[in-house]
Design a protein around this ligand. Structure first.
Ligand SMILES: NC(=O)c1ccc[n+]([C@@H]2O[C@H](COP(=O)([O-])OP(=O)(O)OC[C@H]3O[C@@H](n4cnc5c(N)ncnc54)[C@H](OP(=O)(O)O)[C@@H]3O)[C@@H](O)[C@H]2O)c1
Length: 247
């Protein structure tokens, strides 16, 4: 697989899965636009690591849940790169609570960060991809969006919404040479899953036929395939990467 000369935007790439995806795409030769919230200081080290691979890197810190900030982000990207070829909608958060205890604020924040961000970024990127007549959009959903998870009414709704979005956008953009696919990871070792209790981790493990948690690299390898020409005949799909947890 080769991505030389392509430009990839990876949201939420300061750590975890997004960082692994950004590094993998850079290994394959893509120039990388990194993104995190304005509060992140970890992303500067990621930018350095990417530059050391001999590709261009640009960091734009903004809240991807905010329409205006995302519009500005893509204007900056278009001024710095000749094309926008790959968009990975990876930024995400959890704010778990039982439905009856979940605040409106936690519902809104999770929906905006995980789902509205996908609309914001894909709408902005599609403008450039349509002109180029090519593009790859990859949405990092979750098994929670497929089967639901207790305590995650907000997160499961957002991740399920991403799947509906993926299929609608895939149908709309196919004639323009743009593919849109979703990846549904299971339990992947990252800061997001570090905070879960040991009891919950054991319960997840019992339901994973491959008997290990996934790594950010597992997700990055699949995303790299979806970002490459090797996946050109694949669109509107949701690919599970979960050690067999959901089948
Ligand atoms: N880990 C899993 O088991 C798992 C399973 C299924 C799906 N996923 C999905 O995979 C994606 C990555 O998860 P992860 O485990 O790598 O999470 P993580 O380690 O918590 O990283 C989340 C990333 O998103 C960024 N982010 C959060 N809110 C943002 C915002 N409003 N605007 C821009 N960036 C924002 C964070 O930036 P800061 O550094 O600024 O906070 C960070 O770079 C998420 O969409 C998650 O839902 C994860």
């Amino acid at each position: 697989m080769e991505l030389k000369g392509k430009t990839a935007v990876v949201t939420g790439s300061s750590r975890g899965i997004g960082k692994a995806i950004a590094l993998k795409l850079a290994d394959l030769g893509a120039n990388i636009v990194l993104n995190s919230t304005p509060a992140s200081d970890a992303i500067d080290a990621v930018e350095k690591e990417i530059r050391e691979k001999g590709v261009k890197a640009l960091t734009i810190k903004c809240n991807v849940g905010c329409f205006k900030e995302v519009q500005e982000m893509f204007e900056t990207i278009s001024k710095n790169f000749d094309s926008i070829d790959i968009l990975v909608n990876n930024a995400g958060i959890t704010k778990d609570n039982l439905l009856i205890r979940m605040s409106e604020e936690d519902w809104n924040e999770v929906i905006d960060t995980n789902l509205k961000s996908v609309f914001n970024c894909a709408k902005a990127a599609a403008k450039y991809m349509i002109k180029q007549k090519s593009g790859k959009i990859i949405n990092i959903s979750s098994v929670s969006g497929l089967v639901g998870a207790p305590g995650q009414a907000n997160y499961s709704s957002a991740k399920a919404g991403m799947i509906g979005f993926t299929k609608a956008a895939a149908k709309e953009l196919a004639s323009r040479g743009i593919t849109v696919n979703a990846v549904a990871p299971g339990f992947i070792e990252s800061r997001m899953t570090d905070k879960l209790s040991d009891a919950l981790k054991e319960e997840y493990m019992r339901n994973i036929p491959l008997k290990r948690f996934g790594t950010p690299d597992d997700v990055a390898n699949l995303t790299a395939f979806l970002a490459s020409d090797k996946s050109n005949y694949l669109t509107g799909q949701v690919i599970h990467i979960d050690g067999g947890m959901v089948m």
